[in-house]
Structures are given as structure tokens and as C-alpha cells.
Design a binder for this molecule. Structure first.
Ligand SMILES: [Zn+2]
Length: 77
């Protein structure tokens, strides 16, 4: 009985390796850090989280991560 399971495991492993090999050369597509391509990183004036400048909302020379924080304005204190 043990041999049957072993053969089954080997077959599954071979199929898995073949499928991986066929779907193979896509790994190069995943680039480096996505933030580097998008340009500058800015930090939210309210909560301090870093985000790409293109996704930030700006007001009065400050940047915010979301409309909620943009409305709330810079954190005081
Ligand atoms: Zn924020």
C-alpha cells in the first residue's frame, strides 16, 4: 500500500514540476520596487504614511494620503 502512495506522490510532483516549467519564464516581469518608478514619495501630513506623490492629495504645500486626512488637515500637537 505504501508503494502506491509513493508512486502517486511522485506522479503529482512530476506534474507539478511540468506545470511550473511550462508557466515558467514570467518571473522576470515582476520588477523592483513599484514606488521607484512612480516618482517621489511623500508623507501624509496627518498620519505620516508614505505614498507616491502621484497618489497623494496636496493642499497648501502639504500632502495627504486620503481625502479623509486631506479634510482633517495636518495633525496638531
Ligand atoms: Zn493620512
Amino acid at each position: 500500500m505504501g508503494r502506491l502512495l509513493l508512486i502517486l506522490a511522485i506522479v503529482i510532483a512530476v506534474v507539478w514540476l511540468l506545470r511550473r516549467a511550462l508557466a515558467g519564464p514570467r518571473k522576470q516581469a515582476s520588477g523592483e520596487s513599484p514606488g521607484a518608478a512612480g516618482g517621489d514619495l511623500v508623507s501624509c501630513a496627518h498620519c505620516g504614511v508614505n505614498l507616491p506623490k502621484t497618489e497623494a492629495r496636496s493642499a497648501g504645500g502639504r500632502y495627504y494620503c486620503s481625502e479623509e486626512h486631506w479634510r482633517a488637515g495636518p495633525r496638531e500637537g
